[in-house]
Write a new protein. Structure first.
Length: 255
């Protein structure tokens, strides 16, 4: 029976899915020895586009998470409007204060600094301004240009040439911060976080997040308790093995 009358798209799940999808696609470009220079350039451009899309969605992940948190608070219309216009990190701080945990976001931690780096990069994407640098001669046929980079994530300040490593680092930065915020500061369990993030549309995808955890060494603790799920799977396998042994033993006695 379907009990929910309202459909609420919190957008966070779609953003998270896209960040992962485009990150994986940015690493799926295969270069062949027979590729012409034009073909290699085409593939490189395609890979950069996927990486940029992933970086942007990783940044949006932070903003969407902050908005999901604020939406759970009982605020007047005017106050909600004021809070909604806050910067992303300020929204996290406001929500944390409303929980009265007595904890604060440590802006000196690398996990926070990387999140701020990502948010800053998001702002430069959403409000694009031209990037200026100088070409440097390497030899008679080659020259290079510095694209600059952000302080902590080392993301190129130019949108021109993003790589898979940039996408992976950005996704890891976003998820590590969200996990730090919910688990270490808010003291929430993963099922509580999923309710805030996904509501009644919780997709329940533990295996997907566990795979991501091992693939890129990312903290998925705010989505799934990896150790708990793996322990449950281990017990289930042992249960099946014991059933098979009992069945085999019974057949041998009847033989």
């Amino acid at each position: 029976m379907i009990l929910d009358e309202d459909f609420i798209d919190k957008k966070l799940h779609t953003i998270l899915e896209d960040a992962v999808f485009f990150m994986e696609e940015s690493n799926s470009i295969n270069y062949e020895k027979t590729d012409s220079p034009g073909k290699r350039h085409e593939k490189s451009t395609r890979g950069s586009a996927f990486a940029r899309a992933s970086i942007l969605n990783s940044a949006f992940l932070l903003e969407a998470t902050a908005n999901c948190c604020i939406s759970t608070l009982e605020l007047s219309k005017n106050l909600y409007s004021d809070v909604e216009r806050m910067r992303t990190l300020s929204k996290f701080e406001y929500y944390l204060g409303a929980l009265n945990t007595g904890k604060e976001i440590d802006k000196g931690l690398l996990v926070t600094q990387k999140a701020e780096d990502l948010i800053s990069q998001r702002n430069s994407y959403v409000h694009p301004k031209h990037y200026h640098s100088k070409w440097e001669e390497v030899d008679d046929k080659t020259r290079k240009v510095s694209l600059g980079e952000t302080q902590f994530l080392k993301l190129p300040k130019s949108l021109w040439h993003c790589k898979h490593a940039h996408a992976e680092n950005s996704l890891r930065a976003a998820m590590d911060f969200v996990s730090y915020f919910f688990r270490d500061l808010c003291n929430l369990h993963e099922h509580q976080v999923r309710q805030i993030a996904f509501g009644s549309e919780d997709p329940q995808q533990p295996q997907k997040w566990i795979k991501l955890h091992y693939d890129i060494n990312v903290d998925v603790g705010f989505l799934v308790n990896v150790a708990e799920v793996e322990e449950g799977e281990k017990r289930f396998r042992e249960h099946l093995e014991n059933q098979e042994k009992a069945k085999a033993s019974g057949e041998n006695k009847n033989a």
